[in-house]
Design a protein around this ligand. Structure first.
Ligand code: NAP
Length: 493
């Protein structure tokens, strides 16, 4: 069990949500090797739990369980699957305070924001419980009078889900929700840094009546061995991965050996453009939301902020003032708005990127270095005049650093926004209707926020193009990622 002496856990109402073993075939199961790894609270670097350190053998057991459970789950009436998913959604909501605490403790996201993530995650389970009922196929007018043509939707089979640490709850439910709704069974490998939210979701899924083997969870600190099984075992028919582009490319290659269906939600390099006709205060609010949520550690974080020269001075001044008001602190402390970065490597990366930008001529307006609290905290930072040659214009900053540069021309700024291999999200602020359509159509991304810095919702398709991946999560499109379309030609009529 997780370190029972941890004072964090004394705040839980239901301590049985804390699980430390793999979930395989409906049972909490130690790694076959007996190995474990520690989970650390990024807010204070204290060990808060010890979980199974699985390897390929555990992954094979999980795949076996998912494969065996597949036919019964797939043939369950959609109404029955929906009922179980609705119960799961309700229990996530009912336990959101505890789940938020677990998430905040393992990830460092301020508690209020952590609870919001849990509720956002629950919304996917609720949404896909409903979509399960609407897995409609087609009938197609036949070119032959003696034939009828139908298309039915069927679950793909075993779906492997690999998720990152930055949204330890929602990245799981937005994959597991549609997979289970479609009739797939699942093997989930959560991130090494944040396994506890995944295991707590597993506990609630069991309580909601999900049959053994339908959702299996394998935790590890050595992802390559588990990943090898999930990407090469022929019984796994689908991989849905959220994480870095580098790992996504590698997993996609491995999946080619057994021609698995693949969905990839990868890295981003979002442009945030403020045109001269924008409402400056609304744009500042948008930047605060798009940049500083989760301490800047989101894939759709505003990585490059382009501000028209007519508004540049006003906007930078107002933004710097707002950033200066952000409260940095322990994720579980009252009033914290910015938590720590996830680990020491992240702190080094953000520090390196800021130093590099300054060396290239950027100007520092506020912040700029590690926070005086010590640990893995970085000061909320605003840099202006960041040249395109700086590393932070090409790499995801993944930290609380707003990087501004000025522009003067629409065409030029759209070209700059598109000058990246990534294509996840972009934002822009303008009150010119013609420009809004024009620019939205020209941006090479999967998602555009016009006068909107918060894009995520379960009702809309989330996903990227170019090297940000392919596939969509949420909305009516999300379930299709886990379905096959089978064409049936019925002759002799
Ligand atoms: P990451 O290093 O690619 O890790 C993502 C997941 O892949 C983790 O579970 C990781 O396990 C696992 N993994 C690593 N190596 C593996 C291997 N050889 N085989 C199988 N699995 C392996 O990314 P991250 O740092 O956790 O997450 C941040 C990245 O995710 C950013 O690039 C961000 O933009 C992206 N992201 C994208 C979206 C989106 O929707 N597009 C959403 C959120 C995040 P370990 O934890 O053990 O390393």
């Amino acid at each position: 069990m997780p370190n029972a002496s941890s004072e964090v856990w004394s705040r839980l109402t239901d301590s049985s949500l804390l699980q430390s073993l793999n979930l395989i075939d409906g049972a909490w199961t130690a790694a076959q090797s007996g190995n474990t790894h520690a989970v650390v609270n990024p807010s204070n670097q204290r060990e808060i739990a010890v979980v199974a350190a699985s390897d390929a053998e555990d992954a094979r057991l999980a795949v076996q369980a998912a494969f065996a459970a597949g036919p019964a789950w797939a043939s369950k009436p959609a109404k029955d699957r929906a009922t179980i998913l609705r119960k799961w959604r309700d229990s996530i909501v009912a336990n959101s305070a505890d789940l938020g605490l677990i998430l905040a403790a393992e990830q460092g996201k301020p508690l209020r924001e952590s609870i919001d993530e849990v509720l956002y995650g629950a919304s996917f389970v609720g949404w896909f419980a409903e979509e399960a009922l609407r897995a409609y196929g087609d009938t197609i007018p036949s070119p032959s009078p003696s034939k009828r043509i139908a298309v039915v939707k069927q679950p793909i089979g075993v779906a492997a889900l690999i998720t990152p640490w930055n949204f330890p709850s929602a990245m799981i439910t937005r994959k597991a929700g549609p997979a289970l709704a479609a009739g797939c069974t699942v093997v989930l490998k959560p991130a090494e840094d944040t396994p506890l939210s995944a295991l707590a979701l597993g506990e609630l899924a069991l309580r909601s009546g999900l049959p053994p083997g339908v959702l299996n969870i394998v935790t590890t600190a050595q992802p390559a061995g588990v990943g090898e099984v999930l990407t090469t075992d022929p019984r796994v028919r689908k991989l849905s991965f959220t994480g870095s582009t580098r790992i996504g490319k590698m997993l996609m290659q491995k999946c080619a050996s057994t021609v698995k269906r693949v969905s990839l939600e990868l890295g981003g390099n979002a442009a945030f453009i403020v045109f001269e006709d924008a409402d400056v205060d609304a744009a500042v609010e948008g930047i605060m939301a798009a940049k500083f949520r989760n301490t800047g550690q989101t894939c759709i974080s505003a990585n490059r902020i382009f501000v028209h020269e007519a508004l540049y001075e006003t906007l930078t001044e107002r933004l710097t003032h707002k950033v200066g008001e952000l409260v940095v602190g322990d994720a579980l402390a009252e009033g914290s708005q910015q938590g720590p970065l996830i680990n020491e490597a992240a702190l080094h990366k953000v520090t390196r990127l800021v130093e590099d930008a300054l060396a290239h001529g950027a100007r520092l307006l506020i912040g700029g270095t590690a926070h005086s609290r010590g640990g893995w905290y970085f000061q909320p930072t605003v840099l202006c005049d960041v040249p395109s040659s700086s590393a932070m214009q090409e790499e995801e900053i993944f930290g609380p650093v707003a990087a501004l540069q000025r522009f003067s021309d629409e065409k030029e700024v759209v070209a700059l926004a598109n000058a990246t291999p990534y294509g996840l999200a972009s934002y822009f602020y303008s009150r010119d209707i013609a420009r809004c359509w024009r620019v939205a159509e020209m941006l090479e991304v999967g998602m555009v926020g016009i006068n909107d810095g918060s894009l995520s919702t379960e009702v809309a398709p989330f996903g990227g193009i170019k090297e940000s991946g392919f596939g969509r999560e949420g909305s009516k499109y999300g379930i299709a990622e886990y379905q096959e379309s089978k064409y049936i030609s019925f002759g002799g009529i």
